[in-house]
Design a protein. Structure first.
Length: 299
């Protein structure tokens, strides 16, 4: 059992890129993590981690051994889950995160279906318009919109969304519909910081990138409030297509400058466990990927 514990500690240190993060994940003291790694290296007779006062770097031998440890730990977890039979019900807690509106519109129905299918599983949904550290927060699955930075996370593509400039028809009748990016300068702008952090809209004109600097009449950190302001006729706003899809279909909002939109943003479902994910996580991933890829609003 000590060896399995040492393996768990090593994998946590490698995934967290340090001892402090591993200690938080495992609910251990940093000194206990250090002792476990020292004992494991002593038993193996090889250096697994190269440490300095500032960084922890996994050695080539350590990287290979950590991969083997993941496989072994996954096999042990699989055996534990299967001890009651191959059809034993899944149980435990699943923690996931997604942007606020995306979570409400797309993820919540999937979570509800999943929990009804597996009554012994509970779920914690962190719907936030910011990127959180999955390891530090103990998150199993995340939905991310946009290009991904290089990381050790496993990413499953499920769709793409557009960045749409839109306004209420009444506003466009009153102030005119912009026909080119230059026309935006004369309009009232509602800036949704979650979609565009600065009042600059990046567009494509004649095949080349074009940045339009704007003065926002209203800046908000809430995409919901940007939608509400646009619906109320305050001005033009720029949001992701899924956030305004229902209002565009109903005609309460109208898209403009569609020919100048930049390429669509990818949507991914992320998880940390790779091919060794637990049955609980794998079951959710399978359901989420199937449902999201089939949704026309994301494709």
């Amino acid at each position: 059992m000590d060896r399995l514990h040492h393996m768990q500690v090593l994998v946590a240190v490698v995934d967290a890129n340090g001892f402090a993060g591993a200690a938080r994940k495992l609910n251990l003291s940093p000194s206990a993590v250090t002792r476990a790694i020292n004992e494991l290296e002593r038993q193996l007779g090889v250096r697994l981690l190269a440490r300095s006062t500032r960084i922890v770097r996994v050695t080539d031998a350590g990287a290979r051994y950590a991969d083997d440890c993941r496989r072994i730990l996954a096999d042990v977890a699989e055996a534990d889950e299967s001890v009651g039979g191959t059809h034993r019900a899944l149980r435990g807690r699943l923690t996931l995160t997604a942007p606020v509106l995306f979570g409400a519109q797309f993820v919540t129905p999937i979570v509800s279906e999943y929990l009804l299918r597996y009554p012994e599983v509970s779920a914690v949904c962190l719907f936030l318009d910011r990127v959180i550290n999955m390891l530090d927060e103990g998150v199993d699955v995340a939905v991310r919109i946009g290009e991904l930075a290089d990381s050790s996370l496993q990413a499953l593509p499920v769709g793409r969304v557009r960045r749409v400039i839109c306004a209420a028809p009444a506003y466009l009748r009153q102030c005119g519909e912009p026909r080119t990016p230059d026309d935006l300068v004369g309009h009232r702008i509602v800036s949704a910081a979650g979609v565009t952090p600065t009042p600059e809209w990046r567009l494509i004109e004649d095949g080349s990138p074009r940045v339009v600097k704007l003065q926002a009449r209203m800046t908000t950190t809430s995409n919901d409030s940007a939608v509400a302001a646009a619906l109320g006729g305050l001005g033009l706003t720029r949001l992701l297509s899924y956030q305004v899809a229902e209002h565009l279909r109903s005609g309460r909002l109208q898209a403009v400058l569609s020919d100048f939109e930049p390429p669509a943003l990818p949507v991914h479902v992320l998880h940390r466990e790779g091919r060794h994910a637990s049955k609980r996580v794998r079951a959710f991933l399978d359901l989420a990927v199937e449902r999201l890829r089939a949704d026309p609003a994301l494709n």
